[in-house]
Design a protein around this ligand. Structure first.
Ligand code: GLN
Length: 197
């Protein structure tokens, strides 16, 4: 299987590693630039984006990650991972930076206290007709989608919660914890396609 990294600075690293392994990938935990060089795709997990950003810069990973993204490495970010991939972050904490790559503005913790965490069924056309059960845990909302990015799914009220731009994917929710692996499969197709070139 393809060699896929999970950015292992902070967050729900283990859940992603388990899903990717179940789908036949060889999983590497990535904490250092040398480890990033070895992988054919990367998942950025959920967690706390401001902490992940700080650690990425502290460990000298932020610039190598930006270079890998610019070079076309397939990267899938869930929740905090989506925030890391967004070109613009609204309600960021002071000094918080993102890696960028996806032409969207996301708003952190956008669902309000009553609805910060909830589950719902989402239709995601690129994954087929069957809705995906989606868990939101203090997730971001995609407030605007720029011309380079594509919305893949939205809530009933139209708010966008899944996006794609070339080899980059992001979801506000956490498919790594609900047992439906179609989003990870969709990501692995990009990894395999690029590795086969
Ligand atoms: N609220 C977190 C952040 O801003 C994201 C939460 C999550 O990843 N589950 O980074």
């Amino acid at each position: 299987g393809p060699r896929v990294g999970v950015l292992a600075l902070q967050g729900d690293v283990r859940e992603h590693a388990q899903v990717l392994t179940a789908l036949g990938a060889r999983v590497d935990l990535v904490r250092r630039p040398e480890e990033l060089d070895l992988v054919e795709g990367l998942v950025i997990p959920g967690g706390e984006s401001s902490v992940m950003d700080k650690l990425a810069r502290m460990f000298g990973l932020a610039e190598p990650l930006k270079a890998a993204i610019a070079g076309g490495l397939p990267v899938y970010g869930t929740c905090a991972g989506l925030i890391m991939l967004a070109d613009t972050v609204l309600d960021a904490i002071a000094g918080q930076q993102s890696l960028g790559g996806i032409d969207v503005a996301v708003r952190r913790n956008a669902f309000g206290s009553q609805n910060q965490s909830f589950e719902t069924d989402l239709v995601i056309p690129v994954l087929g007709e069957a809705p995906m059960h989606a868990a939101f845990i203090r997730g971001p909302v995609v407030e605007s989608v720029g011309p380079a990015a594509t919305a893949l799914a939205g809530l009933d009220d139209g708010r966008v919660v899944a996006v794609e731009q070339g080899n980059l994917l992001g979801t506000s929710f956490h498919p790594e914890i609900t047992g439906d692996h179609r989003f990870h499969e969709y990501f692995l197709e990009k990894v395999r396609a690029r590795a086969a070139r």
